[in-house]
Design a protein around this ligand. Structure first.
Ligand code: NAD
Ligand code: UDX
Length: 485
């Protein structure tokens, strides 16, 4: 079955880019992306898109108001569409049953109820948000319990695997597209309709179809595996520091085994997360998996996945501690420049960014922070750092934190630089110039292992990182710690 009209509920990091690519690749299909937030929709309709994603602006401009529309009229778009993507947020629940672990499905449920309320013809409803296994069944139950006469629903699972910062390329060249549906004639027809959309640009053999529950679980499994690799190499980094091994060398040696592979282990860019993984997905989805296992009465399996989170927390804490130890055990009233605030390069997204944790730790110790990020707005930085869930004294944070539009200005007169995000531009800054304007001894804490440490030491910097045994010659030891090197 071919389709002529589709809509998307949720114009965020997934809904916006995914539907833009669909509109570009399927010019005969009208795509309407909707959101309750007028602000977000206004931005999608402006020159200043609500998310930074390399290459996206151009494609939006090419399709917008031709076959790609952004609107807050969610109901109208739903009534008109034959197929509806649900791309709303599914954050970790911060209240009630499952607090801190379960996915909060209230936005998914509200979307399903709204569809049931307004739909006057049959619809294919596609769950693209990441959800626990059996969420499609709940959506289906809500739709069917409220369906009007003559209206039929098919609910599909079509999880999204794009990563932020590379979303356009990931969407254009996906390793696979996953579609789960009911194993009935109607279910298979609905799956075929969605396959038809993707087959405009994705080779048919890369479109995998399966039952709904496998599809839902595969998404959680993929993110859990990826996060687990990062926690595994981060755990290795702790061993490296105690033994004289170098984690980049270990990662390289391990990754050249074709059975293991080098991605999400690699030194430099790939293996950037010495300060722990961040982003809106990994922590949330692994916690979601932990909760699922607990609900299924599988405590050993739950504990296994929980440990992935524990190591990530440990890694972030270790990095923040290392900063304080190296700065002679106190950062109170010291000036520190923080380079990078987003959770990874090429995105302005700060959700669960390791930088938030590091900055909180440092401001709790009374450090003055001078933050520079090429894409994160001042407003976003302050809203993260004064978020009531983690900040007790927002006024104090505002006193201690200043944002800068330029990295050289941010570094001027500071005791230390802390690299929190692996933005490419940080590798090409003039560090001699920066060094001259810093207080001495001048420290660099490379949380992403992206800089040329030898060159920096030649300039005169004290370089501190994680995953290598520290050299007495290049790192000032703290007064209280003595044994590491
Ligand atoms: P997001 O917060 O950027 O966007 C969600 C949008 O949905 C928001 O703009 C919100 O206003 C809107 N919304 C919520 N309820 C609504 C409703 N009833 N009607 C209309 N709009 C509504 O979230 P995101 O990062 O795009 O993630 C969406 C889903 O995709 C999540 O389940 C996430 O786990 C999953 N996912 C995210 C990524 C990623 O890289 N961000 C990748 C793969 C999967
Ligand atoms: C992730 C998944 O990769 C994607 O498939 C899913 O759809 C959404 O969640 P995203 O969070 O956007 O994507 O970015 P990703 O590149 O996976 O990075 C997540 C975090 O892990 C970042 O903080 C990154 O710095 C860190 N990371 C990544 C590492 O610490 N080490 C690595 O080797 C790779």
């Amino acid at each position: 079955m071919t389709l002529s009209r589709i809509c998307c509920i949720g114009a965020g990091y997934v809904g916006g880019p995914t539907c833009t690519i669909i509109a570009d690749k399927c010019p005969d299909v009208t795509v309407t992306v909707t959101d309750l937030s007028q602000d977000r929709i206004n931005q999608w309709n402006s020159d200043n898109l609500p998310i930074y994603e390399p290459g996206l602006d151009e494609i939006v401009r090419r399709r917008r108001n031709k076959n790609l529309f952004f609107s807050t009229d969610v109901k109208k778009a739903v009534i008109e569409a034959e197929l509806i993507f649900i791309c709303v947020n599914t954050p970790t629940k911060n209240y009630g049953l499952g607090k801190g672990r379960a996915a909060d499905l209230k936005y998914v449920e509200a979307a399903a109820r709204m569809i049931a309320e307004v739909a006057n013809q049959s619809k294919i409803v596609v769950e693209k948000s990441t959800v626990p296994v059996k969420a499609a069944e709940s959506i289906s139950n809500i739709l069917k319990a409220n369906q009007r006469l003559g209206v039929q629903y098919q609910v599909l699972s079509n999880p999204e695997f794009l990563a932020e910062g590379t979303a356009v390329n990931d969407l254009l060249n996906p390793d696979r597209v996953l579609i789960g549906g009911e194993q009935t004639k109607e279910g298979r027809e609905a799956v075929e309709s969605l396959c038809w959309i993707y087959s405009h640009w994705v080779p048919r053999e890369n479109i995998i179809t399966m039952n709904t529950w496998s599809s839902e679980l595969s998404k959680l499994a993929a993110n859990a595996f990826l996060a687990q690799r990062i926690s595994s190499i981060n755990a290795m980094s702790a061993i490296c520091e105690m033994t004289g091994a170098d984690v980049t060398e270990v990662a390289h040696a391990v990754g050249t085994d074709t059975r293991i592979g080098n991605k999400f282990l690699k030194a430099s860019v790939g293996f950037g997360g010495f300060s722990g993984f961040g982003g809106s997905c990994f922590q949330k989805d692994v916690l979601n998996m932990v909760y699922l296992c607990e609900c299924l009465n599988l405590p050993e399996v739950a504990a296994y996945w929980q440990q992935v989170i524990n190591i990530n927390e440990y890694q972030k804490r270790r990095f923040a501690n290392r900063i304080i130890e190296s700065l002679f055990n106190t950062v109170t009233n010291k000036k520190l420049a923080v380079f990078g605030f987003s959770f990874k390069k090429d995105t302005g997204d700060t959700r669960e960014s390791a930088a938030i944790y590091v900055c909180k730790y440092l401001t709790d110790e009374g450090a003055n922070l001078r933050i520079y990020d090429p894409k994160v707005t001042d407003k976003k930085i302050f809203s993260e750092l004064t978020n009531p869930l983690m900040c007790e004294d927002p006024e104090r944070v505002k006193e201690l934190v200043t944002t800068y539009p330029d990295p050289y200005e941010a570094a001027n007169g500071t005791h230390a630089l802390v690299i929190c995000t692996e933005w490419d531009q940080f590798t090409t800054l003039d560090y001699s110039k920066i060094y001259q304007k810093m207080l001495k001894p001048a420290f660099i804490f490379d949380g992403r292992l992206i800089l040329d440490h030898e060159a920096l030491m030649k300039i005169g910097f004290q370089v501190v990182t994680i995953g290598k045994k520290l050299q007495r010659s290049n790192v000032h030891r703290s007064f209280s710690t003595s044994s590491q090197s």
